[in-house]
Design a protein around this ligand. Structure first.
Ligand SMILES: [Zn+2]
Ligand SMILES: [Zn+2]
Length: 348
């Protein structure tokens, strides 16, 4: 469905381009149907409307001693409960742990399993969230894209939502390979794990640039921020994968696994390493967001196709009006040295 509307966007933009040339060249070559589309351009708007206000905070990538974390499961769950989280998915390597006994009316757990595969020597990891079964990764000397796709397909067949984890961990795969992979829900854009090379380097572009590449050339996929937490007693930003660094804020109707999983699937969430969005409204041609505790150091960047900057503002509420050429619009907030990211909203 997303790919269809994406193709339509591209077609529409070529019509917009041709129509824009009308003042310079004769328009007689445009068919009546295309002229009709030109008339509709004034009605250009986002492909979906949202009014997101009430969010539940959660982490979708977490390890304990059930796999390679350094604390017992109970300690890990208690850390997240104590530190203001509403939900948590334990994602042990190739292991589905029953965490349902930890759910209360104020804190819930979602089923999770980090499908831990390997292609030749590089790690290919996919998180299966909200699924039913324990799933194991594929370790074979096959191409990374093929293994990634097989793991995604297996998770989807189990009814799970899928996160493509840390592409730059071990420099496993880049944009060329990722563009050929489909049917996943989320891409890990930011992580608390210090060894995943999320900012890119000589061997690859950043995770955020990979996200824009996919959005521009392939279609819609939601970005996520996760802890990928392993270490719960020794805290060190450079060497330890500690909890509490990156999270998702999900606008679900109620705090139940069904509602949170549905909201994640719809893309009704943002992800953050600090800034708190209190309202996100996308309607017609207007994108508005409000960030709490705003101060003059803060910026909101509105970004479009290929990650190009459309506008930067320090004004709150931050408002962006589309002109129809953006492809998609997403916002990145920087406040007090930390960032938050909205999902992309495509132009219809
Ligand atoms: Zn992993
Ligand atoms: Zn992990």
């Amino acid at each position: 469905m997303m790919l269809t509307s994406f193709s339509l966007n591209r077609w529409l933009r070529s019509v917009i381009f041709l129509s824009g040339m009308c003042s310079l060249i004769s328009c007689s070559s445009l068919s009546p149907a295309k002229r009709g589309t030109h008339l509709a351009i004034n009605g250009t708007k986002f492909d979906r409307s949202v009014e997101l206000k009430h969010f539940f905070k959660g982490n979708l990538h977490t390890h304990s001693q059930e796999s390679d974390g350094d604390a017992p499961l109970n300690t890990v769950v208690e850390w997240y409960k104590r530190n203001g989280y509403d939900f948590l998915s334990m994602t042990e390597h190739d292991k589905l742990v029953d965490t349902s006994s930890h759910s209360t009316s104020k804190f819930i757990t979602l089923p999770g399993d980090e499908i831990t595969g390997r292609s030749y020597r590089v790690p290919i990891h996919v998180n299966a969230i909200c699924g039913k079964s324990q799933l194991k990764g594929i370790r074979e000397n096959r191409q990374p894209g093929a293994i990634l796709q097989d793991q995604i397909n297996t998770a989807r067949a189990d009814g799970a939502l899928t996160i493509v984890n840390h592409p730059n961990f071990g420099w496993a795969f880049g944009a060329k390979i990722l563009r050929k992979v489909g049917d996943f829900d989320f891409l890990e854009v930011t992580s608390g794990h210090p060894l995943v090379n999320e900012n890119g380097g000589e061997k690859g572009i950043s995770h955020e640039a990979l996200w824009d590449d996919y959005l521009t050339h392939r279609g819609s996929v939601w970005g996520v921020g996760v802890d990928d937490s392993h270490h719960y007693s020794d805290f060190d930003i450079a060497t330890k994968a500690n909890p509490g660094r990156a999270w998702v804020q999900v606008a679900a109707h109620r705090l139940t696994a069904t509602e949170v999983c549905s909201a994640l699937q719809r893309g009704d969430f943002y992800f953050s390493r600090g800034p708190v969005i209190t309202r996100l409204n996308v309607k017609g041609p207007t994108f508005t967001l409000v960030v709490s505790n705003w101060n003059s150091s803060g910026t909101v960047e509105f970004l479009g196709e290929s990650g190009r900057t459309l506008n930067t503002t320090r004004t709150m509420p931050a408002v962006y009006q589309i002109n129809g050429s953006e492809g998609y619009v997403r916002a990145r907030i920087t406040l007090n040295g930390a960032r938050a990211w909205t999902q992309p909203y495509f132009i219809q």
